[in-house]
Design a protein around this ligand. Structure first.
Ligand code: SF4
Length: 396
């Protein structure tokens, strides 16, 4: 991760430890992993199993579920077994609270990663009259946190499982708020407290997240966290996300606005796009972000001009037809350009091009070479035929 790399066309990822979550590795040069969370009640074993499977089938590589009670922890055991019996093992993450350390110790045996929120390690009700914590109080709270947290860390270490230290801007502990305010620094200090406890216990299978519902806040927190971890010798991977991003176009854009700049700087080893929609809808957004930055290629890359007065055919309709016919051909770049004036140059390195030549005629390109001209009505079929001739077609 180097600011000079801003002028490079390649993304230079921050070098981190690799952390295993089931059969998925997070960090270092491993592909940026895609994750989400089911919204079924974990106690609904059938519903939760189906929800996990649905997510996994559309490409979600790591699935999280909430575990607020011992009954939920036992349900996770059954869910895991059911997945193994009827589908396949899926990397699972349990969300736990500090006051349920017994729950965490139980569920840690049935999942691949446990997520804790440092802000929820509070032992007393917030006192509205309090305005500060003395150094003695801070140190006493620190000791209680370490004591509470240690058995979980020991178990994860023994079982070679992972931990996510997941800080949320909206739920910082009171003493962090008094010391650092509602700031990215407060978020970083919250995570560092838990990282140091893990370090003392020689546990390093750690992933860190710094989520906030405002993109600039989360971006600042992730950058600061990466700098701090690298300076202090904790090269742990980052899980990126904007919380409570909402739904629809704006939810997608807001998530992308926060996640993509960090990925482009080389920060981030796993991502979640949190939408107020069915969780399966999050997965294509994650893959689109990763593909548009060149970090993963999981679908056809379509290069298409926006159309203008020179456009020689109904570009929107043809792009739609081309996409319908070829979307299953992972790994190809296909350009659809409205005219010959700018088309061939601007479709750059596409594997195939469909370019308006004259009214009623289109040209097909392989790379930069024009291969044939055909009547527009035969264009899409001719493109498919060309891909088949090249042996790059597979049936859907
Ligand atoms: Fe217009 Fe041709 Fe450029 Fe498309 S490629 S926007 S049709 S000039």
């Amino acid at each position: 991760y180097d600011s000079v790399a801003r002028y490079d066309t390649l993304i230079h990822r921050r070098q981190t430890r690799s952390v295993r979550v089931g059969d998925i590795w997070i960090g270092s040069d491993h592909p940026v992993a895609v994750q989400s969370m089911i919204n079924e009640d974990t106690l609904d074993i059938e519903g939760a199993t189906a929800g996990i499977r649905r997510l996994h089938e559309v490409g979600c590589e790591i699935v999280r579920l909430t575990v607020p009670s011992l009954a939920h922890a036992n349900a996770v055991k059954e869910i895991r077994q059911r997945l193994e019996d009827t589908y396949q093992p899926v990397p699972l993450v349990a969300d736990v609270h500090h006051n349920g350390m017994k729950i965490a110790l139980e569920v840690a045996q049935h999942v691949d990663k446990v997520r804790i929120n440092p802000g929820l390690f509070v032992f007393d009700k917030p006192d509205p009259n309090r305005t500060e914590f003395s150094p003695e109080e801070v140190s006493a709270i620190g000791e209680r946190i370490a004591e509470t947290f240690e058995p979980l860390v020991q178990l994860l270490k023994q079982e070679d499982k992972a931990l996510r230290i997941g800080v949320n801007h909206g739920s910082l502990a009171e003493r962090m708020l008094f010391s650092y305010g509602d700031t990215p620094l407060g978020m970083v200090e919250s995570a560092m407290e838990f990282i140091r406890i893990c370090d003392r216990l020689d546990f390093h299978n750690i992933v860190v997240s710094m989520k906030a519902s405002r993109a600039p806040v989360m971006m600042a927190a992730y950058r600061m966290m990466a700098d701090r971890m690298d300076a202090e010798g904790f090269p742990y991977p980052l899980h990126l996300g904007v919380t409570e991003a909402g739904d629809g176009d704006y939810g997608r854009i807001k998530s992308t606005a926060g996640i993509a700049p960090l990925l482009a700087e080389g920060l981030g080893d796993t991502i979640r796009v949190s939408l107020t929609e069915a969780p399966e809808k999050e997965i294509p957004v994650c893959y689109s972000i990763l593909q548009s930055l060149g970090l993963r290629k999981t679908m056809v890359e379509y290069v298409a001009c926006p159309s203008c007065g020179r456009t020689l055919f109904n570009l929107e309709e043809v792009l739609h037809q081309v996409r319908n016919a070829t979307a299953h051909l992972t790994g190809l770049d296909i350009a659809v350009m409205g005219c010959i004036v700018n088309g061939p140059g601007e479709m750059a390195d596409a594997d195939y091009g469909y370019v308006g030549k004259t009214p009623g005629t289109i040209s097909l390109y392989r790379g930069r070479d024009e291969i044939r001209r055909v009547p527009e009505a035969e264009g899409v079929a001719a493109l498919i035929a060309l891909i088949k001739e090249d042996g790059r077609w597979v049936d859907p």
